[in-house]
Design a protein around this ligand. Structure first.
Ligand code: GLV
Ligand code: MN
Ligand code: MN
Length: 408
């Protein structure tokens, strides 16, 4: 069986399952996520796993250990996507994990530990901005207040989850028993250029950056575009525009900091009406949590100053915060050794992107393997990883699993 080819075929099949026509979008608890869970669940069963979907919508396949007392190794990634996504970010990690289990099943191999392959329900946070919903539920760090959040159409997270077939009331009980876990290991495209520059297929992740996401609103006064003089306006969009540039200026000035406004909505949204209310998203990341937190405080002050200078009101809601996470040395070392066997060297890479591993670190050791992606491009339909590199990732993961079994 050519497992790399199988993974590529499956990535293509999943890329067809979208809530948007003409582009790939799968957001939390959407009908597209239900269809993807059904399809990946059927592949899991074919690979000898028992399958369930938990209270928040994570898909979990269980491949038993040689003895019932065996602990559990978690492998996987997320099955949700950003808007107009590429097909590798997330699904690659689920499908490589599945290929490893399929190999074990076909060779009738049982390990001293069970393997659970997880397709997380939400890592991107597109629908509710609050991200890692799936992995935080398993780690026991899900904030049940988040269930009241509304999406762009006013649907609460609890309503969306019930519609999906999940059980909001049971999320607290979805927490995994940390004492049974050996660790969580995730394969993911690099989303950066380093492996391409080094001409290497895979690399081992050293740490995952921390992030803050906020929803900000500037509230001024709507009015007639033809009759309200410029000096009497309280234009919320002009305040937001000034703030967006202030964010860029501050981020450029601070080493290691990245800050992004990716969504902006001006209301009521007509060419001849002064925008009365403007909402925007903010995403701030830095490898050092103190720097990130200080930066957010400074940005909030700046937003207040801009609002005061324009006689508008500013509301700031922090919707997500996750600390930077260092990958566990012992698991990372096993990945490094397996990587060296296949490509001679094992570069260590820091991740500027967020990953479910960051949330899972609350209950177990975590490690990650990055796969080279073309031009470092991601969150873009042009995202690409080659079948040959995916093949190397599968072999490294097979060796990693074997070496972990030997060390048990
Ligand atoms: C997820 O891809 C993130 O880093 O935002
Ligand atoms: Mn992503
Ligand atoms: Mn991802």
């Amino acid at each position: 069986m050519n497992f790399a080819h199988l993974v590529v075929q499956r990535l293509d099949a999943l890329a067809q399952i979208s809530e948007d026509e003409g582009g790939l979008t799968r957001s939390f608890a959407s009908p597209a996520m239900r269809r993807v869970n059904d399809l990946v669940g059927s592949w899991m069963r074919d690979a000898g796993m028992s399958v369930c979907t938990d209270a928040i919508g994570n898909l979990i396949g269980h491949y038993p250990a040689a003895t019932p007392a065996g602990k559990i190794l978690l492998l996987g990634s997320h099955l949700d996507t950003v808007r107009d996504a590429g097909k590798f970010d997330g699904p690659l990690g689920v499908l490589v994990a599945l290929a490893c289990v399929q190999f074990l099943n076909e060779t009738k191999t049982r390990l001293p530990f069970a393997i659970e392959v997880i397709g997380f329900a939400d890592e991107e946070g597109v629908r509710y901005q609050s991200t890692y919903l799936g992995s935080r539920a398993l780690a026991g760090t899900f904030n049940c207040e988040d269930l009241k959040r509304t999406d762009a159409r006013g649907v609460t997270m609890a309503e969306a989850l019930r519609e999906f077939g999940g059980t909001p009331d049971a999320i607290a009980a979805a927490r995994m028993d940390a004492s049974r876990l050996l660790g969580y290991v995730e394969v993911h495209i690099e989303q950066g250029p380093v492996l391409e520059q080094k001409n290497l297929a895979v690399g081992v992740v050293s740490a995952i950056t921390g992030q803050t996401r906020a929803r900000i609103a500037f509230v001024g006064e709507a009015g007639h575009a033809g009759t309200v003089p410029m000096n009497l306006r309280r234009d919320s969009l002009c305040a937001a525009a000034e703030f967006v540039l202030a964010i860029e200026e501050l981020a450029k000035d601070r080493s290691g900091l990245v800050a992004t406004v990716g969504e902006i909505t001006a209301m009521p949204g007509a060419g001849n009406v002064i925008p009365g209310q403007t909402k925007l998203s903010l995403d701030v990341r830095h490898p050092d949590d103190v720097t990130r937190s200080q930066t957010c405080d400074e940005l909030k002050l700046r937003a207040d100053e801009i609002a005061a200078g324009r006689s508008v009101i500013m509301n700031w809601e922090t919707v997500h915060e996750s600390a930077a996470v260092v990958c566990e040395r012992r698991l990372a070392l096993l990945l490094e050794n397996a990587t060296k066997c296949h490509q001679g060297e094992a570069p260590l890479l820091a991740s500027g992107a967020g990953h479910d591993a960051a949330a899972m670190a609350a209950i177990c050791p975590v490690a990650m393997l990055f796969v080279r992606c073309k031009g470092g491009v991601s969150h873009n339909p042009a995202e690409f990883a080659s079948e040959a590199d995916i093949g190397v990732a599968i072999e490294v993961m097979n060796d990693f699993v074997k070496s972990l079994a030997k060390s048990k």
